[in-house]
Unconditional design. Structure first.
Length: 133
């Protein structure tokens, strides 16, 4: 997976941008069984090799986490997310289920509707509070 293929788009439509970015991630993880298995192996090995874990964090995971937080911060500033939404937790709400399925051999998100449901649930949890208006 190329870095650019996993960068967050910014069209102004947060939901569409998340779906686009996550679809690219899912294609890489589940559309390419070798890549998915290789990543699982690296994650497993990283539990025994501190240098590998640090390298994966610095090169593979942290740049994407930072991109996600930046895109979500922009959405929060635009009022698309709750003003005090925890952006680190937001990233985990979105991507935790993907890695859960990958690491525990639960299969990918099998349809666009499943991905839409995941994104919609996460966005609902992060939505601005409109009850005070």
């Amino acid at each position: 997976m190329e870095r650019d293929s996993l960068s967050f788009p910014d069209t102004g439509d947060l939901r569409a941008d998340l779906l686009t970015q996550m679809e690219a991630l899912l294609r890489g993880l589940f559309g390419s069984p070798r890549f998915g298995r290789a990543l699982i192996g690296l994650i497993a090995d990283s539990h025994h090799h501190v240098d590998l874990a640090q390298g994966m964090q610095e090169v593979l995971f942290q740049p994407r986490i930072d991109d996600g937080r930046a895109r979500l911060a922009k959405a929060r500033e635009a009022g698309q997310l709750h003003a005090d939404a925890d952006l680190g937790l937001a990233v985990e709400l979105l991507y935790g289920p993907v890695y859960y399925r990958l690491l525990l051999h639960q299969g990918g998100l099998h349809s666009p509707a499943e991905l839409e449901t995941l994104v919609d649930h996460a966005l609902r949890a992060l939505a601005p509070d409109t009850t005070l208006e």
